[in-house]
Structures are given as structure tokens and as C-alpha cells.
Design a protein around this ligand. Structure first.
Ligand SMILES: [Zn+2]
Length: 333
């Protein structure tokens, strides 16, 4: 089996095409799976991504050389065929298929297998080697149905309205924030967003998505009773929250599936909403690629690679700079 994608100190390297996928150090040419900060970093000579990712990349990384591809549109680099397929993670997120001399590898970036209503749904891509994440690669992770989550979040908001409190929900500014915005019933009340979320909302609209009506939190607004505010996790515990008092807080994260996480993070409520695949999602996705070899890049890498090895795959785990979903961080996910 040829090593189409190598792991070196800069990231995932496609030697035959002399291009990197999601490099963590500056390189000449980068293919970017999606615009979260642990996959899309500053300083690349040129960026190639699915075209919906470009408005996000520009807002996060500033001026640069950006080239967009459609899903399923192939390009050739030095005789290597590169094609992007939807990974269902966030708008514009792509798996990268690399084909060369009869060999096919797919680098998934981050992915989820359920349809979130804003991202093009995950598409299984046949390959010989599949490079997967394993952020939630333990059997305990099992996501509720979207309808259940939608009901939970609106019910929580309604209860807070009844108590004349503001509802503050913490969610990553790219992807999850917009997904939650679309889950909310806009007839219940006013929806506000933090400036970081507003910036990503604008990028979504530029990328062609339609979002529910929202307002951006302004210093001059004071009455937030009954309103709902979507803020990045970095706002948790910050003085910025003062203006919403009295309020109730909720965290939207796959980690809310684990006992004790909500309490340890001092939020009132947790919603098990993740943009990553759960245990079943990971296993189904890998099976559907038909891959013989699986390389696990982040999450429960060692445990998950061992599980795969015991189940008929040639599986290894590698060390990378990807973070997956973390609770309180620099908004990477
Ligand atoms: Zn991500």
C-alpha cells in the first residue's frame, strides 16, 4: 500500500502533489477541510477549500490567496486527483479524496453523519485508507435525535421566559451557533448573538445560507428579559454576561453526554449537541468507506485505533495538532 498522505512536523502531506491538508505550520499550499481554527491556520502561501468555507477563512485569517472548489469537483495537481466531498461538520466542511496511481485515500477532517440542517450532509467516500477523527470515539457517546434536542432547547427558553430571565446558550461561533439559531423557535422571543457569532453568521449568509432573524448584542441594549443569547464558550464566566442578569445558562456540547460535565463547568443546563460523529456515527462512517486501513488523528486515538484493529481494520493512531471538540477553549472545535 502506497503512503499517499504522510504525517510530518507541518501536518498531513500529499508528497506526490506537494500540498498539505490542514497543516499546523505555514506551508506553500494548503487544502483546508474546514474553517475551525485547529484546521485552518494562519500563514499559508495559498488556501484551497470548498467555496463555502472561503467567507469564514477570510474573516478568521484575513487577506490571502483563497481558491474554492465545489463538492465532487476534481482538480489535478502533478497528476494527483484531488476531490472534496461533504463531511457534514459545519458549512463548507469537506473530506479530501486523494487519488494517485490506482490508490485512494480520504482525509475526513472533522465530520458528523447526521444532517444538521445547515451543512451539506456527510457523504461516504470509498477509499483504501481513511483518515478519521475520534473526538467521541467511545461507546458512551450516543447523540439524541435532532427533534428531541430542538424540543429541549425551546422548552428551556420558554421556562426562562416564564421566569422573566434571559437564556444564554454557549456554542461554537462557527457551525454550532448557526445550527442552534435554526433550532430555535423565533416566535418565542428575540434572539441575540455575541459579536463573534454575528461575524460567522454574516459569513454563512455570504456563503448562501438563510438564517433565522437575529440581533447582535449592543452595549446600548439593556432589557434582555425573555430573550435568548447565543455566545461562544469563551464568554462563560466573563463580565460580558452581567448585562443579561437575571439569566440562566446552557452549554451545547457533545461532552454534556458525560455525567458531571455540566456541573464542573458551572452551567445550569446542558444540551448534547455536537458537530462530531458519535460512536455509532464513527463506526458507520468508517465501515461505509470500505477502507482496509484507518488512521486516527485526534480524540480517543489509541483506544479507538485498538478497537478498529480488533474489528478487522489495519488501524494506527498518529499525533496531530487537531483538537476536536473541547469545552472551554479558543473556539476551535
Ligand atoms: Zn472542526
Amino acid at each position: 500500500m502506497k503512503q499517499l498522505i504522510e504525517f510530518n512536523e507541518n501536518g498531513m502531506y500529499v508528497r506526490a502533489a506537494d500540498v498539505y491538508i490542514d497543516p499546523w505550520r505555514p506551508v506553500k499550499r494548503a487544502i483546508i477541510t474546514h474553517a475551525h481554527s485547529d484546521h485552518a491556520r494562519w500563514g499559508m502561501g495559498a488556501y484551497l477549500s470548498q467555496h463555502q468555507s472561503i467567507p469564514f477563512l477570510k474573516r478568521r485569517l484575513g487577506d490571502g490567496i483563497y481558491e474554492g472548489l465545489n463538492y465532487r469537483q476534481s482538480i489535478q495537481i502533478n497528476g494527483v486527483e484531488i476531490t472534496l466531498f461533504p463531511s457534514g461538520h459545519v458549512p463548507g466542511a469537506a473530506q479530501v479524496r486523494v487519488k494517485y496511481e490506482g490508490e485512494t485515500w480520504v482525509a475526513s477532517g472533522d465530520y458528523k453523519t447526521v444532517d444538521d440542517g445547515i451543512s451539506e450532509p456527510f457523504e461516504p467516500v470509498l477509499c483504501d485508507t481513511f483518515i478519521t477523527e475520534s473526538t467521541f470515539g467511545l461507546p458512551v457517546f450516543n447523540w439524541p435525535e435532532l427533534a428531541v434536542l430542538t424540543h429541549q432547547i425551546n422548552q428551556w427558553w420558554q421556562q426562562n421566559i416564564y421566569e422573566q430571565k434571559c437564556s444564554v446558550v454557549f456554542a461554537y461561533s462557527l457551525g454550532k451557533a448557526q445550527r442552534i439559531l435554526q433550532m430555535l423557535n423565533p416566535e418565542l422571543g428575540k434572539i441575540y448573538v455575541h459579536g463573534a457569532v454575528a461575524s460567522m453568521n454574516e459569513a454563512c449568509i455570504e456563503a448562501g445560507l438563510t438564517l433565522h432573524t437575529y440581533h447582535t448584542v449592543q452595549p446600548s441594549t439593556t432589557d434582555y428579559a425573555g430573550a435568548l443569547v447565543i455566545a461562544p464558550p469563551s464568554a462563560l464566566g466573563s463580565p460580558w454576561l452581567k448585562k443579561f442578569e437575571p439569566y440562566d445558562t446552557a452549554m451545547a456540547s457533545g461532552w454534556m453526554n458525560m455525567r458531571g460535565t455540566r456541573r464542573r463547568n458551572a452551567v445550569d443546563t446542558g444540551f448534547v449537541i455536537s458537530d462530531h460523529a458519535d460512536w455509532q456515527g464513527l463506526n458507520n462512517a468508517i465501515k461505509n468507506t470500505g477502507a482496509e486501513q484507518v488512521i486516527v488523528t485526534h480524540g480517543y486515538t489509541a483506544i479507538f485505533a485498538k478497537w478498529l484493529s480488533e474489528n478487522g481494520y489495519q488501524a494506527i493512531d498518529v499525533k496531530t495538532a487537531y483538537e476536536g471538540e473541547t469545552l472551554i477553549n479558543n473556539d476551535s472545535e
